[in-house]
Design a protein around this ligand. Structure first.
Ligand code: IPD
Ligand code: CA
Ligand code: CA
Ligand code: CA
Length: 273
């Protein structure tokens, strides 16, 4: 039994459940929304309250750690990328939340020198908490989880993706990729919460996921979940995923990873391949 990061894990689970309580209480009510970078980039009071609750708990218990939260808009506490940095998405799936579509989550990760070592994705509407600590396996509530290793080809895979809010730079490539994958996979979903979609890949409910232009707090927790559940996570060129400002990610059960990457057309990556 790996004992490392157990205190951090307990705190992250507690924080995710407290924030999840706010989401659960408010999801079917009218939401006062504001927009951020564009009309489809929504934020509500619940996003902010949930983040305040999580960040306060982290800072109380781990005052020397840096915290990067989505709604802080870059005003991080401490020095991100340092020894210990938390990545907090207080409500992943804000659009679903605003429309009363019950698919959203709280996502909390801890990174050590830029490598995520702990991930918690909590679905408050199903009371499902996905957790993983580096080298300690992944769990859903109290049970170990694994990616689905019974599927080895795209034509048997249930894939999931997302529609990034701002595709102004590369709209054609999005259409090419959706088109290619729809023709090649068993079926394709877009469920609206990257963190929960990654948790579903980790638990074998989905076979693979790709999305571009995500942010570190969308993927950091899910990355640990998928890797600890026996899957593979990379950028679209197959390289180790870095928690940079903008993240392009592929995450699968491992067995379909190469085939998925081959279907994704990204000129900037194809040059590298
Ligand atoms: C969004 C969700 C969605 C993804 C978007 C993200 P938010 O996060 O993860 O699935 O497609 O690109 O921004 O804003 O709801 O936390
Ligand atoms: Ca958002
Ligand atoms: Ca998010
Ligand atoms: Ca969010």
């Amino acid at each position: 039994m790996i004992k490392q990061y157990q205190e951090e894990l307990s705190l992250a689970v507690r924080a995710a459940r407290e924030a999840g309580g706010l989401i659960r209480d408010k999801i079917y009510r009218h939401q006062v929304t504001e927009t951020k970078s564009c009309l489809s980039d929504l934020v509500t009071e619940v996003d902010r309250q949930a983040e305040t609750c999580i960040v306060r708990l982290i800072q109380q218990h781990f005052p020397s750690h840096a915290v990067v939260g989505e709604e802080q808009q870059g005003n991080c506490a401490g020095e991100p990328g340092g020894a210990m940095t938390w990545y907090v998405d207080p409500l992943d799936g804000t659009t679903n939340f605003v429309f009363g579509l019950p698919f959203c989550a709280v996502s909390i990760a801890l990174a050590h020198h830029g490598t995520p070592v702990l991930g918690v994705v909590h679905d408050p509407l199903r009371d499902e908490t996905f957790t993983a600590v580096r080298d300690g396996g992944a769990r859903l509530n109290d049970s170990p989880i694994n990616t689905d290793h019974s599927i080895a080809t795209l034509d048997r895979s249930l894939l999931v993706t997302g529609y990034p809010g701002n595709i102004a730079n590369r709209p054609r490539m999005h259409l090419v990729n959706y088109r290619q994958l729809i023709d090649r996979c068993n079926n394709l979903r877009a469920l609206g919460s990257a963190a929960l979609e990654l948790a579903y890949v980790a638990s074998g409910r989905l076979t693979g996921f790709w999305e571009v232009s995500l942010r570190p707090w969308d993927v950091a927790a899910g990355m640990v979940l998928v890797e600890e559940a026996g899957g593979t996570v990379s950028d679209l060129a197959g390289r180790r995923l870095q928690l940079t400002e903008s993240v392009d990610i592929a995450a699968t059960n491992g067995l379909i990873h190469e085939e998925l990457l081959e279907c994704l057309e990204w000129p900037e990556y194809n040059e590298i391949k």
